[in-house]
Write a protein that binds this ligand. Sequence first.
Ligand code: HEM
Length: 474
Amino acid sequence: MTTSTATSSSEHRRRWWESATPSGSGELVPSPAGPVDELGTPPPLHGAGPLLQTLRLGRDEGRVLFEGTRLHGDVFRVNTLLEKRPLTITSHPDHVKSLFTAGPALAPSTAGQSQLRPIVGESVLTATGERHRRQRKLLMPPFHGKAIARYREQILDATTREIDSWQPGSRIRLADSAQQVTLDVIMSGVFGIDYRSSESEQLLRRRLRQMLALSVSSLARISELVSMRSSEPMGVQKWGLAHLDRAMLAVIAERRAAHVPGERHDILSLLLDARDDEGAGLTDGELRNELLTLVLAGHETTANSIGWAFERLVRHPESYGRLRDAARAEDDGGYVDATIHEAMRVRPVIPMLGRRVMSHWRFGDWVVPERSRVLIGVLSLHHREDLYADPFRFDPDRFVGVKPGSTTWVPFGGGDRRCLGATLAMEEMRILTGEIARRTDLSAIDAAPERPVHRNVTMIPGQGGAVEIGSVMP
Ligand code: HEM
């Protein structure tokens, strides 16, 4: 057996999001990982049939991850209807490293099977192999740190507008409020659209908002289920997308016609200038797919991370008090970043990452067959006692002056598929968290922690990070 991450069973009888474990950080025991020849498959989670295991994995990933590591340690397998071979789940940083560093030929991402594929088509998120490499290279420049600095003012403007609208004494869902900001940032940063824009650009803004509202409706959830195994959109999704596509292609055509290289700095304009190694640019269809990917991958993840951060903060008055003091001081001493890192550790919005091993692969004492799908349990990795003392405790101090490790803190994934928008997301979260803490006093509506809810591949706060607004300062 490899290193066990097992925790006491009494603690596990509680719900994991309400857990608090005693302190204690052991030494991390190394665990060999990588391609090998012979087999020795990991233990199954338990005896439940594939239908039940598929449903549990889709609805309650957190429970599967904590139950699996409690029963079996670092590595276990689940039989699902999604794959012919069992899925292997690992939570050991050495295994994570082997998958992140192996490269796309040996351990490609399974994002090609993403539920976003019917909507975004082939894009940097869903492409694999050479095509993914090309798209990623074209898209990188607008997401570099220097480029992100340009969006700072837009993020601050949108944040200020949102907080100005908050009324003392009212109750809000912070994830929804943050989404207004992240959507505005996407509109101005990605498309260069603001209130001064042309009629066709305003139409695109309305259509995007409509489609995003539709994408969380129950009708859309049903249509998502119907199109799960299809690479084409179906039902209400197809109808909504046809409307959006017309608006989006009209804006792309308008911009192409008026384009002067270097004049504008939004991502659409930068992408119009992008060229691959052969000197080819992106077609209108490719631009549409990439822009829609950025909208869908970028706004809800960031907004829900803010929702989770304040869901934790309002239930941890000491840390919240320190954050407010830090945000109101001239120099925050790194506490805002530390708070974001800690919130993303205890509540990663994407709790599992998918890879496929193209060779027999060793994970500690176990070897899984080639072409198996492997899931990295981000949530269970982030709660290892040998990596984080008292892992269920929310404690931003653990990250003050400490850079999170690339294989021990992975809310943005890693390797050649690491989140393209991570720098932008961090900047958005830094400004939102700092400004909310500086200007407002919030409190929890309910003392009980919010239950995690699983939607598609994300894990979001059940009440959206619900808070009561005490005061709002200018
Ligand atoms: C807190 C916010 C965010 C979180 C937690 C997050 C998380 C992730 C994760 C876990 C992945 C998959 C990584 C892997 O498989 O190794 C990913 C991929 C991606 N994300 Fe994000 N993301 C966030 C914000 C954003 C933003 C703001 C954008 C862009 C506007 C963005 C664009 C993308 C893209 C394009 C990919 C695909 C990258 C590729 O496959 O090469 N994300 N993100």
